[in-house]
Write a protein that binds this ligand. Structure first.
Ligand code: AMP
Length: 220
């Protein structure tokens, strides 16, 4: 089963994808994590991608699409995967449809997460990530058991460079509205969209949404 996590930055895509991955066994493929690992390792791809990421802009498709295609061809993704951060534009969605169709596969489910904008910005500022296992925490909503330390692997948590730059945050939200939000209609038309709100105002957090989604996935 191929699942896409859709939603603006800070809605909880990574957290929900991680929980669904644990329960279903489908690998979580986060394009942002792959880029950040390459930046850390100073690979050619990382150096190029960082020019865009540090400004909050999208990395060009010539780099992103082949990277996703390669990752989807790895053994653990043959039976399904959870894509977190891809596609981000209609063009990427069309390319993904082509990549999957060549293998007789398709996008089976798109989980569209929504959160009020003021909560989103606060969540991006309070997000902390594990540079080793990529687990995501939040100093207010989902703090680690020991402050600053990853629950999963014990590594020190860090703040993403683009989460501490207000200009990059603004740019990323702008790009979401302009380029990514049209995907809601794209997938609605395909009949695969499921929208879920995550917000403290309705007391519904990512863990509950993930639980409901796992039940839904297992019932299919
Ligand atoms: P994320 O961790 O999903 O918030 O991604 C961090 C950054 O990586 C984004 O702000 C983009 O600069 C870049 N990025 C991630 N996924 C994509 C994608 N599908 N297309 C282009 N750029 C991407």
């Amino acid at each position: 089963m191929y699942i896409i996590m859709l939603g603006a930055q800070g809605t909880g895509k990574g957290t929900v994808a991680g929980l669904i991955s644990k329960e279903t066994g489908f690998p979580q493929i986060s394009t942002g994590d792959i880029f950040r690992q390459n930046i850390k390792d100073k690979t050619e791809l990382g150096v190029e991608a960082d020019k865009y990421i540090s400004q909050g802009n999208l990395v060009p498709d010539e780099i992103t699409v082949p990277m996703v295609k390669n990752r989807l061809s790895e053994d653990d993704a043959i039976g399904g995967a959870i894509l977190d951060g891809f596609p981000r534009t209609i063009e990427q969605a069309q390319k993904l449809d082509e990549i999957l169709a060549k293998e007789g596969k398709k996008v089976d489910l798109v989980i569209n997460l929504t959160t009020p904008k003021d909560e989103i910005i606060d969540r991006m500022l309070t997000r902390r990530v594990c540079p080793n296992c990529k687990a995501t925490f939040n100093t207010k909503l989902h703090p680690p058991k020991v402050e600053g330390i990853c629950d999963e692997c014990g590594e020190s948590l860090v703040q993403r460079a683009d989460d501490s730059n207000p200009e990059a945050i603004r740019r990323r939200l702008e790009i979401y509205e302009e380029k990514t939000s049209p995907l809601v209609d794209y997938y609605k038309k395909q009949g695969v969209l499921k929208t879920e709100e995550i917000s403290i105002s309705i007391n519904r957090m990512g863990t509950e949404v993930a639980k409901d989604m796992v039940e839904f996935i297992k019932s299919r």
